[in-house]
Design a protein around this ligand. Structure first.
Ligand code: ADP
Ligand code: MG
Length: 464
């Protein structure tokens, strides 16, 4: 039965999550429609609950039917000191039953005719998403401070609506929920509601089916602070957009705060009605970018602090350098690292980090090769990789090529001859000349020196 569940789960999570969080689980017993699974640690259990409860629910309901339930058994650590191989020997642990079930979905809140205290408490906010845990950097300064202003005076600032946009995993949900949490803490009488656009659409569809559109609208019109996440999901959904348009107007006229996120700038939102988009621009639109290196370090450190875990500095730097896609991925790598280290009872060091990184990010370069240097330099200087290896003598290409040779000399074990060979069959004296030229220029040109040193960091970190 667990195998069948796994098949369902596999379709809904990525490979990395699947092997980190689901493969180590063993089925313990099945009792009627209650399946108990064994998880290796408390941390593991909490992580599953926090992140995969929906997927687990789906799997259980699919395999066991509507009455299916899931319980966890956490293996108690008996303090075995030696490293145990991943995956084996769990069943020998002391199994402690945890009566924690996956709760069935709540009734949608608008089933309730009037707003009562219960409903108001259900803001759908995760308490972990706060301003305190949201690291500030150049990448998010405007969005964060606008969010903070809104949190202090919801509905009153000119940031209404507040529209936060940015790529996946850059902190949109975190930031808008932080605003919600902040408001709930300081202004307890405000009804704050967080809803994903997907959920909004589904609720609306259900309301149509059940003939309860009126109570749906009424419900949303009573909200003081409406946070609606991933609005791009409304694309092509005309009826939902129309409904939202009315709700939006009502809330805005009554000085209620509207906060939205989207994965792109409002003007690029395809499939959304113009009249909605123009309203989105009434307030403030702020974007989130990928954090720079320093901010990534700060994010990692914050995360370590909240997990109560120490990681050596060189590993922190390594992660911050190599994971430059988005914050979610950065956290994912960090969590895998912590999980592997704690399951295998090994210490977290650079070589473990490299191994994990290789497993997770398939095409990551963990060693400095001439290829890698060439790729990096051609990207950095905005020239074609072929040109770097060709005979061209254009000035900017020559310089980029010399810098690449200089790095190859410094960070690889290739001989001068071999380096020359990799750069379009030049001889070793060309390489010597290149290294000399770069050294000279670094002495006389400050900005060039800074640029080279900046680039150097990412080779250094890989060649530890
Ligand atoms: P998005 O909604 O843009 O896809 P999320 O808000 O879900 O991204 O962020 C992904 C993860 O990265 C979350 O765990 C979030 O806490 C974390 N994160 C993103 N930005 C920051 C930041 N500036 N400081 C701390 N954590 C961040
Ligand atoms: Mg999000």
């Amino acid at each position: 039965i667990w195998k069948e569940c796994l098949r369902v789960i596999e379709q809904h999570v990525n490979e990395q999550s699947f092997s980190t969080w689901f493969k180590p689980i063993n089925p313990a017993r099945i009792d009627g429609s209650v399946l108990t699974i064994q998880v290796p640690s408390q941390f593991f259990y909490e992580w599953l609950e926090d992140n995969y409860v929906e997927v687990l629910k789906l799997a259980i309901k699919t395999v066991l039917g509507a009455s299916g339930r899931l319980e966890y058994a956490v293996i108690v650590d008996k303090g075995n000191s030696h490293n145990q191989p991943y995956m084996v020997s769990y069943p020998q642990g002391n199994v402690q039953s945890k009566k924690k079930e996956v709760v069935p979905t709540h009734h949608s809140p608008f089933d309730l005719p009037t707003l009562d205290f219960e409903t108001m408490l259900q803001s759908n906010l995760s308490p972990n998403y706060t301003f305190g845990s949201f690291i500030e950097g150049d990448c998010n300064r405007l969005a964060r401070s606008a969010g903070f202003a809104v949190a202090n005076k919801p509905g009153i600032t000119s940031f209404n609506p507040l529209m936060v946009y940015g790529g996946v995993g850059l902190g949109k949900t975190h930031l808008v929920q932080a605003i919600g949490n902040e408001i709930k803490n300081s202004l307890e009488d405000k009804f704050v509601l967080y809803v994903s656009s997907e959920k909004f659409v589904n609720q609306f569809m259900d309301a149509i089916k059940e003939g309860s559109v009126k109570s749906f609208t009424n419900f949303y019109m009573q909200v003081d602070v409406l946070i609606i996440d991933d609005i791009q999901f409304f694309a092509g959904k005309g009826r939902t957009q129309e409904m939202f348009f009315h709700i939006f107007n009502h809330l805005h006229q009554n000085k209620r705060q509207i906060i939205m996120t989207s994965d792109c700038a409002p003007k690029d939102l395809m499939g959304l009605e113009e009249r909605l988009i123009s309203r989105f621009k009434w307030g403030l639109t702020a974007d989130l970018q990928m954090p720079d290196f320093e901010t990534r370090i700060a994010i990692i450190k914050k995360k370590m602090q909240s997990e109560g875990i120490m990681i050596p500095n060189n590993v922190v730097e390594y992660l911050a350098y190599t994971v430059d896609t988005n914050v979610r991925e950065l956290e994912g790598v960090l969590i895998s690292l912590i999980a592997h280290a704690s399951l295998n009872r090994v210490e977290i060091n650079l070589s473990l980090a490299k191994t994990i990184m290789k497993n997770i990010v398939k095409d990551i370069e963990t060693e400095v090769s001439i290829d890698f240097i060439q790729k990096t330099c051609s990207e950095y200087y905005g020239i074609k990789l072929e040109d770097l290896k060709a005979k061209t003598r254009k000035k900017e290409i020559v310089l980029a090529r010399q810098v690449a040779m200089y790095f190859s000399k410094e960070f690889t074990n290739h001989s001068l001859k071999s380096i020359g060979y990799h750069f379009g069959g030049r001889d070793h004296s060309t390489v010597i000349h290149a290294v000399q030229a770069v050294n000279d220029l670094m002495e006389t040109d400050n900005s060039f020196r800074n640029a080279v040193n900046e680039q150097k960091k990412q080779f250094k970190i890989r060649s530890y």
